[in-house]
Ligand binder design. Structure first.
Ligand code: P6P
Length: 315
């Protein structure tokens, strides 16, 4: 087996950048340990606070953010942290070259029912400011806390997957993830159908029409309600994830956040041969105007994303 440390050493990337990945991997392994016993220690209750999104913070959101902050503070290569759980960007004591944007615990509404949640992160050059498009990312990754703890990373050219072993070491389990171009599985919250735009409605209707419809094949639908879980499934076996603009989210620019959900996930999926779109452009091309900006996100198997883009092109 190849450990994360060995894999990073073999990558042709700056040692400082590799150390940022190690830092986020170590933080993720600690969060995994905390989650495993949270129901026993009673930490899944509300923290009594709300985050910048106005969402009730779970105790574990706060704990996970603190864990990330602690690990990042120990890495002199990281000078700025942007977190879903913090209103403003944090200037660390260190003058390092790198900025990390993270959702420390995405999907935390699933915690009480023991459904996979995750930590998502994006790595940028701190000298280029807080508001950089996804194409500027130097790396990205997520940890998925499920039956196993998976870590999926990219520096751009490819995406690799690791699994946490019982010694707390991440072992390489897939050296190069590849999202199949075609798929018959889509992920969208269908309870929002009445809010969808014509393009989303048209694309989903073709899927529902199955073998006798325009798509000419039978589709299945999966929606976990945890982006990390849905995206991990897509990276492992293909499919498409949609959280498009709808009549309710359009006022805020979308549901998911650009810097620490849309961008890292789009970079990972594209590194594995998939595609992403907001409906109008690649997620990675959106130039942020604020650190907690929201964005519509469609990503996954290239042929499926292309069908969605075609629907937006004609509506
Ligand atoms: P809905 C979790 O809160 C999250 O940010 C993503 O992880 C997930 O894909 C989405 O929201 C779920 O949204 O509308 O189904 O609750």
């Amino acid at each position: 087996m190849t450990t994360l440390t060995d894999w990073l050493a073999a990558q042709t990337v700056d040692a400082g950048l590799a150390s940022v990945m190690q830092t986020m991997a170590a933080a993720s392994a600690e969060i995994a340990r905390v989650l495993r016993s949270a129901a026993i220690t009673g930490e899944t209750g509300l923290a009594g606070h709300t985050n910048v999104q106005g969402e009730a913070q779970k105790a574990l959101d706060v704990i996970s953010n603190d864990i990330v902050l602690s690990h990042i503070g120990e890495n002199p290569e990281i000078s700025i942290l942007i977190s879903e759980e913090l209103d403003e960007a944090v200037q660390m004591q260190n003058q390092g070259r790198y900025l990390v944007a993270t959702d420390p615990l995405d999907g935390s509404s699933n915690l009480d029912v023991n459904v996979t949640v995750g930590t998502i992160f994006s790595i940028l050059d701190a000298s280029k400011g807080l508001l950089q498009p996804g194409t500027a990312q130097l790396g990205a990754g997520y940890a998925a806390y499920g039956p196993a703890t998976s870590l999926v990373l990219t520096f751009g050219p490819r995406a690799a997957a690791f699994t946490l072993d019982d010694t707390g070491t991440f072992q390489l389990t897939t050296a190069a993830l590849s999202v199949p171009r075609a798929s018959a599985e889509y992920a969208i919250n269908t309870a929002r159908e009445r809010l969808w735009d014509a393009a989303t409605r048209g694309y989903v209707a073709e899927n529902v029409a199955g073998e006798t419809g325009p798509a000419g094949k039978r589709y299945n639908m999966r929606w976990v309600g945890s982006m990390v879980a849905d995206v991990h499934r897509i990276l492992m076996r293909g499919g498409i994830f949609l959280y498009p603009l709808d009549s309710e989210t359009s006022a805020k620019g979308g549901r998911l956040r650009l810097l620490y959900e849309g961008n890292p996930m789009a970079l990972l999926v594209q590194a594995a041969g998939g595609r992403s779109t907001t409906g109008q452009q690649s997620v990675l091309d959106v130039v942020p105007t604020s650190i907690h900006q929201r964005v519509p996100v469609v990503l996954g198997s290239a042929d499926e994303v292309a069908r969605v883009e075609a629907w937006y092109g004609r509506t």
